[in-house]
Design a protein around this ligand. Structure first.
Ligand SMILES: Cc1ncc(COP(=O)(O)O)c(C=O)c1O
Length: 413
């Protein structure tokens, strides 16, 4: 996204002094490139985009128009998928909390529903008994050890026999079946070796449980690294694989298991990997002060806009200066760029080195994952989102800024 102070200033006049800019074409390119890597090795691969990572409807619609699944983990996200025209059969319903009614509707409508716990197995048993003529098919999320740093809470424990119990109970139903196995391992280990191990494990489990009939799908989940600047890369331990390297780690194993292209559908569920580099956050510089040895620039944004998950990574930030007004008040040297909240920790960037002046714009890059979906309306309502089309060179509003009324509309006043 080629930005300049003038472009940002024009956008400010139209949309206000802080906003997100979404690069939809970049998202489309990421989606195609990621999926193509897998399909070039194992053609029967499909992508389910993780809505919770960033559910801006324009992104979700783009996924749908390119043939992807909606991967949702709540009824709220399920409702969004339906609202933008995704048919239930193109929705994957995951996550640890599915209300009975929601889960039943999704199963009956033909969505892929991956169960997470025995309580959900019980709900499926109750449904199967209530509707004996109806075929009830679900998937199971598997929990196996990939790295030893933490014991995951999600899915059925393989080693302890829970997966086995769930599988047997479901296949014992006259009208029940297990269609596929799912795993999503959320760990700092996003290496290709880790993905190769996940794939190997899920293939082993598939071999064990689907002796007579091959599963409809194998779902390997998400958890891949996305594209990032060298600065950001250097803050992670180990090598950051690219899309093709992930595809080789996963799809080649599925291909060797099912060489003749009639194998199960391979599903991948990236969020971060395809969305993180498609959103920038822009905040105008509105105040400067020096307090003893500390230089401070106040922007119309907050740590909650850019790091709502509390990541300790140093984000990539650029300041677009208004060089036409060289007389503007400025600071130079090490400047802390702080936000509008009343919290001391609200610092978007510590010790920025360079000039920064009133009326400049601070642009934080790589904001696509867990920003707009995570930020509460703490102190200020949420800013607008503008979509940028790099082919047409056009900016369009895709979410207006929230108003005070929006924030308080659900309270009894
Ligand atoms: C079930 C499931 N699939 C996919 C994802 C996407 O993960 P990521 O954004 O790390 O690719 C998540 C995120 O936690 C998830 O829980």
């Amino acid at each position: 996204m080629a930005l300049s102070w003038q472009t940002l200033h024009n956008l400010e006049k139209e949309y206000g002094d802080s906003f997100f800019i979404l690069d939809l074409r970049q998202f489309e390119n990421n989606y195609k490139e990621f999926l193509q890597g897998f399909r070039s090795i194992y053609p029967n691969t499909n992508l389910g985009y993780s809505y919770k990572t960033n559910y801006i409807p324009k992104l979700c619609q783009t996924v749908h128009s390119m043939g992807g699944y909606a991967e949702v983990v709540s009824q709220m996200e399920y409702d969004l998928a339906i609202a933008i025209g995704v048919p239930p059969t193109r929705i994957i319903f995951n996550g640890p909390l599915k209300q009975q009614e929601d889960m039943e509707k999704a199963i009956l409508a033909g969505s892929i529903v991956n169960l997470d716990c025995l309580e959900e197995v019980e709900m499926v048993e109750a449904l199967a008994e209530r509707l004996p003529e109806q075929k009830i098919a679900v998937g199971l999320r598997c929990n196996f050890e990939i790295d030893t740093t933490r014991i995951s809470r999600f899915g059925f424990d393989v080693a302890g026999g829970e997966l086995d119990r769930a599988f047997k109970r479901l296949t014992a139903l006259n009208n029940g079946s297990v269609d596929g196995l799912h795993c999503h391992i959320s760990t700092a280990a996003r290496s290709t070796e880790s993905f190769a191990r996940r794939t190997q494990k899920i293939i082993e489990l598939t071999d064990h449980y689907f002796k007579d009939k091959q599963p409809r799908y194998i779902d390997i989940g998400g958890g891949f690294y996305g594209k990032m600047t060298d600065d950001l890369k250097s803050q992670f331990e180990g090598y950051i694989p690219n899309y093709q390297e992930y595809a080789e780690a996963v799809a080649s194993q599925v291909k060797s298991k099912y060489p003749d292209n009639s194998g199960p559908e391979l599903i991948i569920e990236p969020g971060v990997a395809i969305v993180s580099d498609v959103l920038n956050f822009v905040a105008k510089v509105v105040g400067l002060k020096t307090v003893r040895s500390r230089q401070i620039a106040l922007v119309v944004g907050s740590i909650h806009n850019v790091k709502p998950t509390g990541t300790d990574k140093i984000l990539s930030l650029r300041v677009y200066g208004n060089d036409e007004n060289s007389a503007r008040r400025k600071l130079a040297g090490k400047v802390d760029i702080v936000g509008y909240t009343c919290m001391e920790h609200d610092c978007l960037y510590k010790e920025y080195s360079g000039e920064i002046g009133i009326g400049d714009y601070a642009v934080v890059e790589n904001m696509g994952a867990y920003t707009v979906v995570f930020k509460p309306p703490f102190i200020r309502p949420n800013p607008p989102i503008i979509s940028y089309d790099s082919i047409q060179n056009e900016y369009t509003l895709i979410r207006r800024g929230e108003t005070s009324q929006d924030v308080f509309s659900t309270y009894v006043i």
